[in-house]
Design a protein. Structure first.
Lengths: 207, 473
């Protein structure tokens, strides 16, 4: 009797209140505590993820480093589009990234940055494209989401905390806040499935 | 040996009209005192005009007619361009007169999969270039020429049927003058067959050597050497737009013709292009030049069209464009990619993403990061045009993911002068670069400030001020 109940509970059309979506293609984040809260056990693949930070330098980019390192060693490209500062090559190499698969794209205007992000995400060879925007409008985010789906890549957007107020088509939204002891408090604002109550603490530089 | 002849009856018209996607009624005229129409396009034919009409009468019938003066130089240039393009099908091409091109296709038939397939491919390629041609093939070049001139698209491979096939062609196909043709018609000779039966000496005495020579050469009775067409070192071709235009789509339509020709030329020489120069001619000001650099040799017209489209969309034109010139500046040997059995990363397609980004954002916008073996943080990395070749040794202490382009005073990062700054790691003394005169002597620390940022700060042992050089993101 319980065996048939388990089979019933595995049915994809059945959703229980507290859980997140299963069977989603995902890229492992490298942080076990975060993996447990994300559908599929990692960053959603073929979809956009938004990371909302109050101020740069809290460890937000380090959160992506293990996944990016795995992508570069698997032969896929990681593309930084219009970063606010110079990505420092020795630090990236120490974080495990294969610099032969990293591209830096500088863009003069927001429109160019969005175009470059879309081109990178649509390309079959890009594993992840990371962009920094000061605001997100629905049309651009939707285009980026479609680009991710087409190319099968992960899109990561860093945006200020104020963007949390607006709805977004991204599959995953994380709010990040630095804690006093150097750890990062991660609030899962939106994920496929149900929202997560509470936050988790991660030490981004522990890996 | 098997020769194919391409005859272009509408060369005068198409050398002008091929740059225009929607030509209106167009006529080509010749003659200075009383210009007469030499060639017409379909729209003009439908409007009731006929070749040979006087220009004044034609303009009275169709006021919106666009008129161009016939230019033999332009037609010769067009024929040379087709000869370039045709070298992808044959190692030997030869221009014949002003309207025909001869290709020796016997050597490459197996590569193209047979004569019919090769002929179909040639017609398709010519359509992409914007020309219509009659294609005929025969064992001798003169026979192929006669067939093509007579609008017979026969593909003869057997020399035995040559005489019977040629006998049915009209006399005009031999290229004799109108008076000679009229004389022959008066004698009752309308096709080549009776000509072949006439006694040789009488034919030579009455109508001259050239007529007998071409018949001999066509039947293979006399040798028929052809001067092969020589390819220039760099591709350089020009197309005139029928009307000055500014829209990207109009420019790209004309450019597609040039790119087809370029692709054929590159195929013929076994090269791929690395740097292209595009010049747009304006009426009153100097021509605008665009240079496109590629990271890998390419000869795919679709890829080049995409890159040029991105460039043209960002380019501000001072005036409308009257003509476009495309030239190669640098080529490299093109090696065909081996396709692996299992789908894997194709390096040439990665280069395409790089080129597409560069085409729109500029060549300097895309780079890879190369670590350098230098202790000074600002010199420990470099932007590199290609993927980095070597790695540098690991730095001894943690390095921040963000480096500021110029060190900024710490005070600009703090909310007020008295907020606490916690030093987590350090000091790391970096002292280097004395041999260049740009020596640094700094003590680096990892610090956390009040709002949670972790910064890489330094102070110089001599002065007391603190600067931020990096952010641990």
């Amino acid at each position: 009797m319980s065996a048939s109940l388990d089979v019933l509970l595995e049915h994809p059309a059945l959703w229980r209140g507290a859980e997140c979506a299963r069977h989603a293609a995902a890229l492992a984040t490298g942080f076990a505590a975060l993996d447990r809260c994300l559908p599929g056990g990692g960053w959603p693949q073929g979809a956009l993820s938004e990371l909302l930070v109050p101020v740069a330098g809290s460890g937000e980019l380090s959160l992506l480093m293990p996944a990016c390192a795995r992508l570069t060693h698997a032969g896929r490209w990681v593309i930084f589009v219009a970063p606010p500062h110079i990505p420092y090559a020795p630090a990236l190499a120490s974080a495990g990234i294969d610099l032969a698969r990293l591209l830096l794209v500088r863009a003069e205007s927001r429109k160019d940055a969005l175009w470059a992000l879309e081109q990178a995400l649509k390309s079959q060879h890009c594993g992840a494209a990371i962009g920094w925007l000061d605001r997100g409008d629905d049309a651009s985010l939707r285009r980026l989401q479609l680009g991710c789906e087409r190319g099968g890549s992960c899109g990561f957007l860093f945006m200020p905390q104020a963007a949390a107020r607006n709805a977004s088509p991204a599959a995953l939204r994380l709010g990040l806040a630095p804690c006093d002891d150097g750890q990062l408090a991660v609030h899962v604002l939106k994920r496929r499935g149900g929202p997560l109550a509470g936050s988790i603490r991660i030490d981004p530089r522990s890996i | 040996m098997l020769w194919a002849c391409l005859h272009f009856p509408l060369l005068a018209l198409e050398s002008i009209a091929r740059g225009d996607p929607q030509p209106g009624p167009l006529a080509v005229v010749a003659g200075t005192t009383r210009p007469r129409i030499v060639a017409l396009d379909e729209a003009a034919l439908r409007a009731g005009l006929r070749p040979g009409m006087a220009l004044a009468g034609a303009l009275a019938l169709v006021p919106e007619l666009t008129v161009h003066v016939r230019s033999p130089a332009r037609e010769a240039r067009a024929l040379r361009e087709i000869a370039h393009w045709a070298l992808q099908f044959s190692p030997l091409s030869s221009i014949e007169g002003d309207e025909a091109l001869l290709l020796e296709v016997g050597a490459g038939l197996k590569l193209f999969g047979g004569l019919r397939v090769a002929a179909a491919a040639m017609q398709e390629g010519l359509a992409a270039l914007g020309f219509t041609a009659t294609l005929a093939a025969a064992p001798t070049p003169s026979a192929a020429l006669l067939l093509a001139r007579a609008r017979c698209s026969h593909l003869l491979t057997d020399a035995a049927v040559l005489r019977s096939e040629l006998s049915a062609l009209p006399v005009a196909a031999t290229g004799v003058s109108d008076e000679t043709a009229q004389t022959l018609a008066d004698l009752g000779i309308h096709t080549i067959g009776p000509l072949l039966d006439l006694p040789r000496d009488a034919l030579v005495r009455r109508f001259g050597r050239p007529l007998r020579d071409i018949l001999d050469r066509a039947l293979g009775l006399a040798p028929d050497p052809r001067v092969p067409f020589e390819l220039p070192e760099q591709f350089d071709s020009r197309i005139e737009l029928p009307a000055p235009a500014r829209e990207v789509e109009a420019l790209l339509f004309a450019l597609k013709r040039l790119l087809s020709a370029l692709s054929g030329w590159l195929h013929g020489r076994g090269l791929g292009v690395m740097r292209l120069r595009l010049q747009l001619m304006h009426e009153d000001c100097a021509p605008s030049t665009l240079t496109l650099s590629l990271s890998a040799p390419s000869r795919d017209p679709a890829h080049l069209t995409g890159l040029l489209r991105e460039r043209l969309e960002r380019f501000r034109l001072p005036q409308r464009v009257e003509a476009i010139t495309l030239a190669t500046e640098s080529n490299d040997r093109f090696t065909a990619r081996e396709r692996s059995l299992f789908p894997a990363m194709e390096p040439a397609e990665e280069a395409e993403l790089w080129e597409r980004l560069c085409a729109r954002l500029g060549d300097e916008a895309v780079c890879a990061l190369q670590p350098c073996a230098d202790h000074r943080p600002e010199h420990a990395w470099r932007a590199h045009r290609r993927a980095p070749a070597h790695s540098a040794p690991q730095p001894p202490a943690p390095r921040p993911l963000w480096l500021l382009s110029q060190p900024r005073p710490l005070a600009s990062f703090l909310q007020d002068a008295h907020s606490p700054v916690v030093l987590l790691d350090g000091p790391e003394r970096i002292e280097s670069g004395w041999w260049e005169g740009r020596d640094v002597r700094r003590d680096y620390f990892v610090a956390r400030v009040q709002d949670g940022q972790t910064l890489w700060i330094f102070s110089e042992p001599s002065g007391g001020k603190w600067y931020v050089h990096g952010i641990f993101a």
